[in-house]
Ligand binder design. Structure first.
Ligand code: FAD
Length: 560
């Protein structure tokens, strides 16, 4: 990080604010996957927190009718609020974060910093050193935690109260708890919140109090709760600004804030280094910022949602919202997306626009996979949801895996999907299903390799959704259906890319082909013509692969 700019900022800040006589106690908000100021329970609670008031640990249930903003200034008894973000490269790499996603986070962090500056809230950005053993908790193989870094910052800025939104994955939960214990042992209070789901994980249950394992049943009960309790309308009010100069510029705290105010544009080391050409493309396709996420949401709801049911599986169309990177990094919440969709649908889920109802169902998938993750944490350790699927005799042929990753399987729709992923860091949902099923069912490759590969490349990489999607495709997860869920990639290709626009775009060797030849060039073209394409022959025959897969699953489940 350059400190020249920090010194300049420090001097500028010192010039405008008075030196306090006593260290001013503050509230610290630790941002993680919630890079936004709106609908942010932890931030809102910090900005409205008055010492001596009731404990607010249980979470927020504030109602904002019509989404109107709350702009009132903090009262005299509010403590100044300071924001913190930790860049923990070791943790990000351990969790397979894609370089494009890291870049997206840094870009959004810069936007967050500006949004917070409008509220006079300074943002501290600390890079956690990978070799800092003090930051590792319990298990040296999982350097996921940075509780000491939070504690150090809390001490430096005299934060008596620390606020954050919880994350649900096993490592993250452990890190959050360790951080909380360390802060509390140091005499600070910790206030945590649930911001990731519309319905709290664990709150949607059967009449017998059991966790749902089937999506359709979960969805029915989820909708009942959400409509009955108007959960979709319960957005968190906007945070209140700090009084100007609240952070005691000219003091040691102000100098510290200035020293750590810079957001790096790229990370040191090679692990998360982003390819410059890819970064430019990703910046065009997925610009940063809350304003961008809300503009996307509004455009989708107004222009594309009416056709969502018919266009959502057409891979060449911009038929879906492409909001996933914003939802995954918390630039936008599921609740905000749901709120906007419900308002567009006159407060209904069903009975209004079919497109909106279907889109809301996709948001429910997102909720469902988070509820599953919390109720069955073994999936976080990449275990199959159903233990009996441990026994599938995967072939794990490294050459086949390599061909799949490079988009060289000889199945144009599979190759187009993989090349879209490799180039853009994003893949259409239908192609995610086709490519994942091809790897696991046609190539009989362990789904975990594919899960890791996706995570290492997706700009919207999201553990719950990715794990859920892979286990669904590999039939090892909830509602597995191994004997029915084997896509025929050639039929899928004709259905989801009928005129071949998507394939022609992503597989340039086939650009001049049309009709059946484009979807299945090896079978449809004369041998000499096919040879001239420079395109691979199919890596495996579909019918043969299907039979082999059924046999493998029957063996694993003891049905042979
Ligand atoms: P839209 O169709 O506009 O849907 C709106 C939102 O609903 C999405 O942004 C997403 O948050 C949620 N959603 C949609 N479909 C699903 C689904 N099947 N499961 C869970 N949530 C859903 N999604 C991720 O966000 N991150 C991932 O890492 C991820 N990995 C996946 C891996 C596999 C193998 C599969 C089959 C699916 C995966 N998905 C993942 C789900 C889905 O493919 C993407 O969310 C979707 O393609 C994003 O495009 P969109 O925003 O235009 O979606």
């Amino acid at each position: 990080l350059s400190h020249a700019a920090a010194d300049a900022l420090s001097a500028a800040t010192s010039a405008t604010v008075e030196e306090p006589t006593m260290p001013q106690p503050t509230c610290l908000v630790w941002f993680k996957s919630d890079l936004r100021v709106r609908d942010n329970p932890a931030l809102y609670a910090a900005t409205t927190f008055e010492p001596g008031t009731a404990n607010i640990n249980s979470g927020m249930k504030q109602i904002r009718v019509g989404g109107s903003a709350t702009t009132a200034a903090a009262s005299a008894s509010n403590l100044p609020v300071i924001a913190l973000f930790l860049i923990n490269v070791a943790e990000w790499a351990l969790h397979d974060m894609a370089p494009l996603r890291a870049d997206f986070i840094l870009r959004n962090l810069e936007c967050l910093k500006h949004e917070l500056a409008q509220l006079h809230i300074p943002l501290i950005v600390r890079v956690v050193e990978p070799d800092d053993a003090a930051n590792h908790i319990e298990d040296r193989h999982h350097p996921v935690a940075a509780p000491t870094a939070v504690l150090e910052v809390a001490r430096r800025v005299h934060a008596r109260h620390v606020f954050f939104n919880r994350e649900f994955e096993v490592d993250e939960t452990r890190r959050d708890k360790a951080t909380q214990h360390m802060l509390e042992a140091d005499g600070r209070t910790v206030h945590t919140f649930q911001d990731q789901c519309v319905m709290d994980p664990g709150s949607v249950r059967t009449k017998e109090g059991k966790v749902y394992k089937v999506y359709s049943m979960f969805r029915t009960t989820w909708i009942t709760h959400v409509v009955r309790d108007r959960m979709w309308d319960k957005l968190t009010p906007d945070p209140r600004p700090n009084p100007k100069g609240a952070c005691g510029a000219g003091s040691a705290v102000a100098a510290y804030l200035a020293r750590w105010s810079e957001v790096p544009t790229q990370l040191a080391g090679d692990v998360l280094r982003v390819d410059p050409a890819q970064a430019i493309l990703a910046r065009t396709h997925f610009p940063a910022g809350e304003a961008e996420a809300h503009a996307r949401l509004a455009t989708f709801l107004a222009d594309r949602s009416p056709m969502y049911t018919t266009h959502r599986d057409l891979v060449a169309q911009a038929g879906t919202s492409s909001l996933s990177p914003y939802l995954s990094s918390g630039i936008l919440t599921t609740r905000q997306a749901l709120h906007a969709a419900m308002r567009a649908n006159n407060g209904r889920i069903e009975g209004g626009s079919a497109g909106l109802a279907k889109w809301i169902s996709e948001l429910v998938w997102r909720e469902f996979y988070r509820h599953i993750l919390v109720a069955f944490p073994h999936v976080c350790k990449h275990q199959p949801f159903k233990p009996e699927y441990k026994n599938v005799p995967w072939l794990n042929d490294p050459l086949a895996f390599d061909a799949w990753t490079r988009g060289r399987t000889g199945y144009p729709i599979v190759d187009a999907g993989m090349r879209q992923l490799n180039t853009l860091g994003w893949m259409h949902n239908r192609c995610r299903m086709i490519t994942a099923m091809f790897l696991t069912k046609h190539l009989l490759h362990d789904w975990r390799r594919g899960e890791h590969y996706f995570m290492q490349h997706l700009i919207d990489g999201d553990f719950a959704n990715n794990n859920g999607g892979w286990q669904w495709s590999a039939s090892s997860g909830v509602d597995p259906q191994p004997y029915f869920r084997i896509f025929n990639p050639l039929l899928q290709s004709q259905k989801c890319d009928p005129d071949g626009t998507y394939i022609r775009h992503w597989v340039p060797e086939l650009t001049h082909l049309h009709g059946k030849a484009l979807h299945n060039p090896h079978a449809e073209l004369p041998a000499a013509e096919f040879a001239r394409l420079g395109y691979p022959t199919p890596i495996v025959d579909h019918k043969f692969a299907r039979q082999r897969c059924l046999k493998a699953f029957k063996t694993a489940l003891g049905k042979m």
